[in-house]
Design a protein around this ligand. Structure first.
Ligand SMILES: C[S@@+](CC[C@H](N)C(=O)[O-])C[C@H]1O[C@@H](n2cnc3c(N)ncnc32)[C@H](O)[C@@H]1O
Length: 270
């Protein structure tokens, strides 16, 4: 049976420090119950009975693998198709303008892809808006290996498609019973990879025309946010766009960017 009095404050503090060091995620004091509930499952799986044993295990030879599992267990993965829809209207406009200028190449990085609804939405929107873009690539990354498996599978319960217009469902998805599975053309521009935004400098070269990094910086402190924004600035092409979640502000840390609308920034001066 797992430590019956729950996780102690010193044990929670040790987990919190580790999660911050490894992923830049600043877990608040109020997350103790959630962390305990999620880690109880890991303890059961590993047949450990106390959080001290778990902390010891995290310092042991299997630590790299377990840290991935720990981050998987505590991260919040809520997402949906066409979440924060205004962003996709603006993206459509950006790609149409690029298409009018006869651009063939377009690069987008989706930096916290979660279970895939966001990168698949991006693939639909970009391909619908810019048929002249023949060289389209979308890099979709996340720290969690669990969610990346769902991205790769690209198979979702039909209930999740309420926000996806019918014609788009028919054009880009294949119905299999109660599920919709990403069709070949929808998958084509997408590459999925594990990447930790807390570990700068980031490995990719860029430049990207657009970066989506939505609803992940809320879990970072100011240093973590700054680290990401500096890397985004380095990796964006001049005039490239950075989209963040609508509840995330870059006030005070958006040097080198111009605000386009709330939660959208453009690299360079107006
Ligand atoms: C709430 S979801 C947001 C998904 C999507 N961007 C959206 O807005 O719908 C946050 C995602 O950030 C990921 N994440 C958390 N910390 C991260 C880090 N340090 N590096 C990369 N991804 C991280 C989580 O695994 C999770 O999938």
């Amino acid at each position: 049976m797992i430590q019956s009095d729950g996780i102690r404050p010193d044990q929670y503090e040790a987990i919190r420090a580790l999660v911050y060091r490894k992923a830049g995620i600043a877990l608040g004091g109020s997350k103790q119950a959630l962390v305990q509930a999620r880690l109880a499952k890991r303890l059961r799986k590993l047949e450990l009975s106390t959080y001290d044993e778990y902390l010891e295990y995290l310092g042991g030879p299997d630590s790299d693998e377990e840290i991935v599992q720990l981050l998987d267990a505590i991260s919040t993965n809520f997402t949906s198709f066409f979440r924060e829809e205004k962003h996709f209207d603006l993206l459509t406009q950006i790609v149409r303008e690029a298409s009018l200028k006869n651009a063939h190449k377009f690069r987008l990085w989706c930096a916290a892809a979660s279970t895939g609804e966001e990168p698949y939405t991006l693939s639909m929107v970009l391909q619908e808006a810019g048929p002249s873009i023949t060289d389209l690539r979308i890099l979709a990354t996340d720290i969690s290996t669990r969610v990346l498996k769902s991205c790769q599978a690209g198979s979702y319960d039909a209930q999740k498609f309420k926000n996806v217009p019918e014609p788009l469902q028919r054009r880009w998805w294949v119905r299999e019973g109660g599920r919709l599975v990403a069709g070949e053309m929808l998958r084509k521009p997408l590459t999925f990879a594990r990447m930790n935004l807390a570990e700068a400098p980031y490995a990719m070269k860029g430049p990207f025309d657009v970066i989506f990094c939505r609803n992940v910086m809320i879990y970072f402190d100011t240093d973590g946010r700054k680290k990401f924004v500096n890397e985004a600035r380095r990796l964006l092409a001049p005039g490239g766009y950075l989209f963040v979640g609508s509840s995330e502000s870059l006030a005070g840390i958006a040097d080198g960017f111009t605000s386009v609308m709330p939660s959208v920034y453009r690299k360079g001066s107006p």
